[in-house]
Design a binder for this molecule. Structure first.
Ligand SMILES: NC(=O)c1ccc[n+]([C@@H]2O[C@H](COP(=O)([O-])OP(=O)(O)OC[C@H]3O[C@@H](n4cnc5c(N)ncnc54)[C@H](OP(=O)(O)O)[C@@H]3O)[C@@H](O)[C@H]2O)c1
Length: 338
């Protein structure tokens, strides 16, 4: 039996609290240290979360020999800088979604991982759920035929104008924050990046996209529509329609406490067919993701349930193109993946 993977966390982020609570019962992963730019905040964060060690700077955490891998829940615009610094320091990196603020940054991050001989992955808790694995199996097995359309949404109400999500310089905006979920879902189900996207956005005065919709065209694949925003009542769903059936899902990070994951499937083409509810076990998404990361490090890439490097790069290329289209008002074609 291996010793638990020792994780260090950069920044006293809100999401880091949920991550630490989710991972706490794990036998294979242990959060061994947290860091903040502010020493008093780091000490308080460690005390609040029960983590045994704190660092008053990110530099100090990535130099800590007991930290084998680093979890990066910083503002999106800082993911590339700190993931690359952690990789150079010899740490593996589990980085929050979106992997970076641009595709160029993401490519530089993977190049740094290759040079360092360390592993870099993007964390999407929903992809570690049995729920997402079931969705992917059903689509891959042709249970709903050939994919024709995908509609996928993620939106909520964000009232706090001081939130990092409204700061363009930190990689804010609804697309990078929550639009990355439907875009990642489309990418993993379709198996390729779109060749062209068209997008429309409503812009916040601070210069970030507050509400955005986009159409994604796939060569020999479905037409997909995604939406995201900070100004609507919370909603998260996807409808995946094929030539022989339909799937409906909320692709949750973590299903509501005590409830199973549910995938709904209609088999057949008639309008009056009922949907069958397929129940799957529900896990804590952060724990499932962190344990999958540990297996990836100890046993190899087949043990990672999340986005591959090729998928993360396609997702970032799609995010770049969607933002460019929303800004220009014109369709944007993507270069093929290299
Ligand atoms: N997977 C999920 O379910 C999920 C959910 C929410 C968020 N996220 C991702 O997690 C990341 C953090 O989101 P969050 O809502 O937790 O953010 P947050 O609470 O605002 O925390 C971000 C942290 O970054 C650090 N930081 C460093 N430089 C900063 C700067 N210039 N301005 C502000 N903060 C700075 C701060 O820590 P110190 O000051 O302590 O150093 C701060 O606590 C984002 O990438 C987001 O997309 C993922």
């Amino acid at each position: 039996m291996n010793a638990p993977l020792g994780l260090g966390i950069l920044g006293a982020a809100r999401i880091a609290r949920s991550f630490i609570a989710g991972v706490a019962p794990s036998m294979s992963v242990r959060v061994v240290a947290v860091a903040s730019r502010d020493a008093a905040r780091a000490a308080q964060f460690a005390a609040d979360t029960g983590v045994g060690r704190w660092h008053g700077s990110y530099e100090s955490l990535i130099a800590d020999p007991d930290v084998e891998a680093v979890y990066v829940p910083l503002p999106n615009g800082l993911h590339a800088e700190w993931a690359i610094r952690a990789l150079h320091a010899g740490k593996h990196v589990l980085c929050e979604k979106p992997l970076a603020a641009t595709h160029a940054e993401a490519a530089a991050m993977f190049a740094a991982a290759r040079r360092a001989g360390r592993v870099l992955v993007e964390g999407f808790p929903y992809l570690a759920q049995p729920h997402a694995l079931k969705l992917r199996q059903l689509v891959a097995a042709g249970e709903i035929g050939r994919l024709q359309t995908i509609q996928a949404a993620f939106g909520f109400t964000l009232a706090d104008r001081a939130n990092i999500r409204f700061d363009a310089a930190l990689g804010g905006g609804a697309l990078l924050d929550v639009g990355v979920y439907p875009i990642s879902l489309v990418r993993v189900l379709v198996g390729a990046r779109p060749w062209r996207v068209h997008a429309v956005a409503r812009w916040d005065l601070g210069g970030v996209d507050e509400t955005l919709v986009a159409t994604l065209e796939h060569a020999d694949g479905p037409l997909a529509q995604i939406s995201c925003g900070f100004a609507a009542s919370a909603h998260r769903y996807a409808v995946i329609a094929g030539t022989a059936g339909v799937l409906r899902t909320t692709y949750p990070n973590t299903p509501p406490a005590g409830q199973p994951g549910i995938v709904e499937i209609k088999r057949g083409v008639a309008a009056d067919l009922d949907y069958e509810s397929i129940q799957v076990p529900a896990l804590n998404g952060f724990r499932a993701e962190a344990e999958s990361f540990e297996r990836l490090l100890r046993a190899g890439p087949d043990h990672w349930s999340g986005a591959t490097a090729a998928e993360s790069l396609d997702i970032m290329a799609t995010l770049d193109a969607v933002l460019a289209s929303a800004r220009s008002g014109r369709p944007v074609e993507l270069a093929p993946a290299r």
